[in-house]
Design a protein. Structure first.
Length: 277
């Protein structure tokens, strides 16, 4: 039995190591390539460490390709859409999870259907709507669709998390004469922070990496986001791999920081959503 346990643990550790290597190796290659010179990028044999170390690719990305503007646009769009999703998702999730109301099951099924609906099927009608509203090449052309597409998932996460909070907390608020909205703000929300962080991280990541709508609705360089900006680097005959990897490295940093900072809250929020409700 001890030998089996040892071999089982050894196999599990080896499997985890291989999976980690499989996941991290492309990221490592992206980062080191961003610090290589053009000659190092095109070298016939792979270089596992940049020699010499160069920041030329980062200079090209920010100076010659307006990458700083793309970052600003992505931050504005992703943050605004996340705020809208969290505000509306909190109210809807609380109502569906805690308040007595008719049609909860039907509403939840509709939200589930909307969340799995392919975005590409709505690109054409959304484009016509944006053109009719004169919203093409603007921030709102992305903020509102992003919020609409990510709201159902956020409502599901927040509803399931609200269901796990003891109802005695709300009863304490009612005894003190607090309204449902006041109870939500003062009592429930502080206890639901992991769920809010989970919904916020997933929404921000989805908005930060979205490509199709950003490409379709904003053709002006002043409103392009990071995915579209990176895709348009170079020319039909030249692909600046070093610049692409440098821009991709910068684009990945905010997501990596969010996951590292809020990893415990995200795991707690996902676990609660998977077990309760």
């Amino acid at each position: 039995m001890r030998k089996r346990t040892v071999w089982h643990r050894l196999g599990l550790a080896l499997s985890c190591a291989l999976i980690t290597l499989f996941v991290l190796l492309p990221i490592y290659w992206m980062v080191i390539t961003s610090f290589k010179t053009d000659a190092g990028v095109s070298a016939p044999s792979p270089q596992w460490f940049p020699n010499p170390l160069s920041v030329e690719s980062y200079t090209n990305a920010f100076v010659n390709n307006s990458f700083g503007r793309y970052i600003l646009n992505s931050v504005v769009v992703a943050v605004a859409a996340t705020v809208v999703v969290l505000a509306l998702g909190t109210l809807a999730g609380y109502a569906l999870g805690r308040l007595p109301m008719r049609g909860k099951f039907t509403t939840l099924m509709l939200l589930l259907m909307i969340s799995v609906f392919p975005a590409i099927a709505l690109i054409a009608p959304l484009y016509l709507l944006m053109r009719q509203l004169d919203w093409l090449n603007s921030y709102q052309a992305l903020i509102l669709p992003y919020a609409a597409f990510n709201l159902p998932f956020a409502i599901w996460i927040l509803r399931n998390y609200f269901l796990g909070i003891p109802r005695e907390m709300e009863e304490m608020g009612r005894i003190d004469g607090a309204s449902p909205l006041r109870t939500l703000w003062s009592i429930i929300l502080p206890m639901a922070l992991p769920g809010l962080f989970t919904a916020g991280v997933f929404t921000f990541t989805a908005c930060w990496t979205e490509f199709l709508m950003a490409l379709s609705f904003n053709s002006s360089n002043d409103f392009r986001t990071i995915p579209v900006g990176i895709a348009l680097f170079g020319s039909p005959h030249i692909t600046p791999y070093g610049t692409l990897f440098a821009a991709s490295t910068v684009a990945v940093l905010p997501i990596a920081i969010l996951v590292l900072v809020f990893r415990k809250s995200v795991v707690s929020g996902l676990t609660s959503g998977a077990v309760k409700g």
